[in-house]
Write a protein that binds this ligand. Structure first.
Ligand SMILES: [Zn+2]
Length: 219
């Protein structure tokens, strides 16, 4: 038996060592030997084995559950996640870095607004979010001020003019027709869209810092 595993022998060593000071040189040598031993494959394997039987605290278990649950979000959770990511993409797409802020203009009132961070801008839909066929259509969503987005139902007329200006005459009408076509978006499509828009956001972030734009162009 390895003497260090024998409790009696260990107790004997402890008594012998009591009150003894180990010289600095010897202490260094011991610590170096121990460090070296920790790199040995058998020692590593022993540590790994001990770790597999480890009992996690409730807090750690909860964190692990959350990480795991990311993989199986419900359809409505996936939709919420995509809404957030898609909104961020739209706000980034419709803004430019000015100093350390991203600034854009409201699509309907042309007011200058912040697009991310301490923002006043939102991703406003031309055709309501209620319609799934156009909910994630990039032509249907633009940076818009909170006032126009929340309270300006009448702004839809202005919005349709801007959409046609941006993408060509008839686009607003096409979106209107598309909205009324029923589509059933699958969970996999939501997952794919989340990935697509995550990448698009990364691409825009890569461009930062951009040279500041001439702010005088904003209404
Ligand atoms: Zn506005």
């Amino acid at each position: 038996m390895n003497p260090s595993n024998d409790p009696l022998r260990r107790e004997q060593i402890r008594k012998e060592m009591a009150g003894r000071t180990i010289p600095l040189e010897q202490r260094k040598k011991i610590s170096e030997t121990m460090k070296r031993r920790l790199d040995e494959p058998e020692i590593k394997a022993k540590w790994r084995k001990a770790a597999t039987g480890r009992v996690h605290s409730e807090a750690t278990k909860e964190k692990m559950r959350m990480v795991r649950s990311k993989r199986k979000l419900t359809k409505s959770q996936l939709k919420s996640k995509l809404d957030l990511i898609f909104s961020k993409y739209i706000r980034l797409r419709d803004s430019t870095l000015v100093g350390d802020e991203r600034i854009g203009v409201c699509i309907t009132c042309r007011k200058q607004i912040g697009a991310v961070g301490r923002r006043t801008g939102q991703a406003g839909h031309f055709i309501s979010r209620r319609f799934m066929s156009t909910r994630y259509d990039e032509k249907n969503v633009h940076l818009q001020c909170a006032r126009c987005n929340m309270w300006g139902a009448g702004e839809q007329y202005l919005y349709s003019i801007e959409v046609d200006k941006l993408y060509g005459a008839g686009t607003a009408q096409q979106l209107h027709e598309k909205a009324n076509s029923t589509i059933k978006i699958t969970e996999q499509e939501l997952i794919d869209l989340i990935e697509i828009y995550k990448e698009k956001i990364k691409d825009i972030d890569k461009d930062i810092p951009k040279p500041p734009v001439d702010v005088s162009v904003f209404g």
